[in-house]
Unconditional design. Structure first.
Length: 212
């Protein structure tokens, strides 16, 4: 399955390739068709079946875990927050999914630079889309899409008030980048380490029992 955001990137070069083949320009036509196939691979949107246990937080993105840390962000939350950073390579699926079941409280788009996302400074300086999702028990979870040197756009598909099931699609980043997820550290058990490969909507990254 291809995400609808990828249709122009797949259909346009395919159509151009067909026209070039018809005009006898086979090499250019083949190049366009190859580009169409690469874009179809990039914008693929496979079905995902995650753990249905609400105590678990699922990975919001495909990629490699590059950061696991505890931070204080008093502008967001009074308690310490776990931060899990996931680097998305060009060949990873680039759909972003909700880590939990809950409700979208806020979405904020912040303009910024287009610097490489390997360093932590990119989180502060680069273009980003922030989602605040409140789990059913009131626990806040922040998902941040960070655009990078190659990624040219972050795209949000949800609005404040939307109800989500864990694994629902909330956004997409075009052409490689990074996704960060923040959640309260108290009582949380981290299930991944730096270097681990994770899959959006499937891989549990932490266990945080529901607050009853």
């Amino acid at each position: 399955m291809i995400h609808k955001e990828g249709y122009p990137y797949v259909l346009a070069p395919a159509l151009l390739g067909g026209l070039l083949f018809g005009a006898g320009k086979k090499r250019l036509g083949l190049a366009c068709l190859s580009l169409s196939m690469l874009n179809a691979f990039f914008f693929r949107n496979p079905d995902r079946q995650g753990i249905l246990n609400p105590d678990y937080l699922l990975s919001p993105a495909d990629g490699k875990v590059v950061k696991v840390d505890v931070e204080k962000r008093p502008e967001w939350w009074d308690e310490p927050l776990y931060r899990v950073g996931i680097f998305m390579r060009l060949w990873d699926v680039h759909v972003t999914r909700s880590p939990v079941q809950g409700r979208v409280i806020n979405t904020i788009y912040l303009k910024g630079e287009k610097k490489p996302v390997f360093s932590d400074s990119a989180f502060q300086r680069n273009e980003k889309q922030v989602y605040l999702i409140e789990r059913d028990d009131g626990v806040p979870v922040w998902v941040v899409q960070v655009a990078g040197l190659v990624a040219r756009r972050v795209k949000s598909f949800v609005l404040p008030g939307d109800e989500l099931v864990a694994g629902d699609i909330i956004g997409l980043i075009k052409f490689s980048s990074r996704v960060e997820v923040f959640f309260p550290a108290i009582n949380a058990e981290i299930l991944v380490k730096e270097g681990h490969k994770v899959f959006a909507g499937e891989t549990p990254i932490a266990r945080l029992p529901l607050r009853r």
